[in-house]
Design a protein around this ligand. Structure first.
Ligand code: AMP
Length: 516
């Protein structure tokens, strides 16, 4: 697929169709195409040969998309920065991205140094100006970087994952068919939960554009107010749901979250975190007509590389759920520490090889060398990525077993924290669970489980004893956390995953219940 060509085709065929809606503002395909052309023309006229990636700052605003497309039409990659990104991190990213221009759709408090910051009104004025046509030859293509998404690095400095036009197009060839045949998605409404600086948003944003759909954005203010959230979902007419499992769990705590609220919903697409059996069962009860699809993948291999349709039988009988089979153009291997490919059923590191693997971390050669590699395959070369995830294959079906770095040693026992979490989630009444190690002198001394139950227990001590007892049915005694902390809600990161850092801080404080 050539995604720009596709959008152009929709802009010609159905210029009035809404491409993106965020709250009260929306842009049609025709507007999106013309405005992004206008802004791209400005880049080409004024910024010379500087093709370095451009930072685009803001939140869920249709003009963010105009900026993204303007950059790639002018031969520059873009780097989305959501306003929820802390100021110091924004500054770090701005320093890492050398372009002399920053595009913003809202006021930015971060210091942009000597860069020219174009604010919303300026962008609009430039985009609406009469301009010469932007030649296709200027567009980002092939191995050129389409976007850079910064993810947290273990050193505390964010790493910029570069995704090329080829990677994105290969990904879209597959994602337009997720959950149903490609044609059926034509003109459908896709729900957007993730901020644009999180690669999960690529799943809804570009799959929607690739199939002539409408992207319906849920802004942060809407997501943090249940009443507004349910109202907005009700008004969305959404056909395709894309979110982290944690976000769906938050929605499930509202009784009104059901087929009546979203009568046209056909498919739930999940990625980014473990999808629990009970979450799927609840969704299948409340949305009997909607398919549930689990997908897996890291930002480093363009959003997702495997998928599986989770049937009601699978949700009942296969625990944990699989994360799916590799998409065409991708191969999954399980390797041990020595790099030997392991047979079916044996656990090791998940290695992704194929046509959506990133070209590497932006201007970080050492880190790129550590995580990425190339190997000869047939007449050509294939790119590979070490995910740092643990898993195993069964006849081509991938099962995820947690992060290698979430593996701890407690009193000599090797324990996967996610293994305990998945088993706590099997206990009746549990909505969500995260387990963290308690460290002293860098050694794990004990474990704490942070749980959300359908109702906050009145007698915490008794409830803790019950949970410990129930958990013993599934895991050995040394895996039962010493402490259970009961929460009203699981704190979540801006990307919609359970926020382990916030929980760790909470564990140190005397007050324990949090409303997030
Ligand atoms: P990110 O790059 O932020 O999307 O995070 C990628 C990581 O999220 C992967 O390396 C996995 O550890 C985790 N992940 C992604 N998809 C799934 C899934 N379906 N089930 C469990 N973990 C997942």
């Amino acid at each position: 697929m050539n995604i720009l060509k596709k959008i152009q085709e929709y802009a010609c065929r159905r210029p009035e169709q809404i491409a993106i809606r965020c709250g009260d503002s929306a842009l049609t395909y025709g507007e999106l195409w013309n405005y992004s052309d206008g802004l791209a023309a400005w880049f080409l006229q004024t910024q010379g040969d500087d093709r370095s990636p451009v930072a685009v700052y803001g939140h869920k605003d249709p003009w963010m998309l105009v900026c993204f497309l303007a950059c790639v039409k002018a031969g520059r990659g873009y780097c989305p920065i959501d306003r929820s990104v802390p100021q110091t991190r924004v500054e770090m990213i701005l320093q890492a991205v050398p372009s002399g221009v920053v595009l913003t759709t809202e006021a930015m408090t971060a210091d942009a140094g000597t860069k020219q910051v174009l604010v919303s009104e300026e962008l609009k004025a430039l985009a609406e100006k009469k301009h010469p046509e932007v030649p296709e030859t200027a567009w980002v293509s092939g191995k050129d970087t389409w976007y850079i998404i910064f993810t947290s690095g273990s050193t505390g400095t964010p790493k910029g994952v570069q995704i090329s036009a080829d990677c994105l197009n290969h990904y879209l060839d597959w994602s337009v068919g997720l959950g149903s045949a490609a044609e059926e998605k034509d003109g459908q409404v896709f729900l957007n939960q993730a901020p644009f600086s999180f690669d999960l948003s690529v799943m809804d944003l570009y799959t929607s554009l690739a199939s002539g759909g409408t992207l319906y954005c849920l802004e942060k203010t809407v997501q943090s107010d249940y009443r507004l959230l349910m109202q907005s979902l009700g008004a969305s007419n959404a056909n395709v749901w894309v979110s982290t499992p944690s976000f769906a769990e938050v929605c499930l705590s509202e009784k009104s979250f059901s087929e009546e609220l979203l009568p046209k919903l056909q498919v739930f697409l999940f990625c980014g975190e473990t999808l629990g059996n009970r979450t799927v069962q609840k969704l299948q009860e409340r949305f009997p007509k909607a398919a549930v699809v689990n997908t897996y993948g890291p930002t480093e291999s363009t959003v997702a590389v495997t998928d599986v349709l989770v049937t009601p039988q699978m949700a009942r009988e296969t625990e944990p759920l699989p994360v799916g089979r590799a998409k065409p153009g991708t191969r999954i291997e399980i390797r041990d520490e020595a790099g030997t490919v392991l047979p079916d059923g044996e656990k090791g590191e998940i290695i992704i090889l194929g046509d959506t693997v990133s070209t590497g971390y932006y201007r970080q050669e050492e880190l790129t060398k550590k995580a990425f590699f190339e190997q000869a395959e047939g007449a050509g070369v294939i790119r590979g990525y070490h995910t740092g995830d643990k898993g195993y294959l069964e006849d081509g079906m991938l099962f995820y077993c947690g992060r290698i770095d979430l593996q701890i040693k407690l009193h000599g026992y090797r324990i996967e924290l996610e293994d305990i979490e998945n088993n706590i989630r099997r206990i009746p009444g549990i909505e969500h669970a995260v387990v963290l190690p308690n460290l002293r002198d860098d050694k794990v001394k004990s474990l704490t489980a942070y749980v959300v139950e359908r109702e906050l227990p009145k007698a915490e001590r008794e409830e803790m004893a019950r949970l410990k007892q129930e958990l013993l049915q599934f895991v050995p005694g040394y895996m039962v956390p010493k402490k259970f902390v009961f929460l009203e809600q699981m704190p979540m990161t801006n990307n919609g995953k359970a926020d382990r850092k916030k929980l760790a801080e909470l564990g140190k404080k005397p007050e324990r219940k949090v409303m997030v």
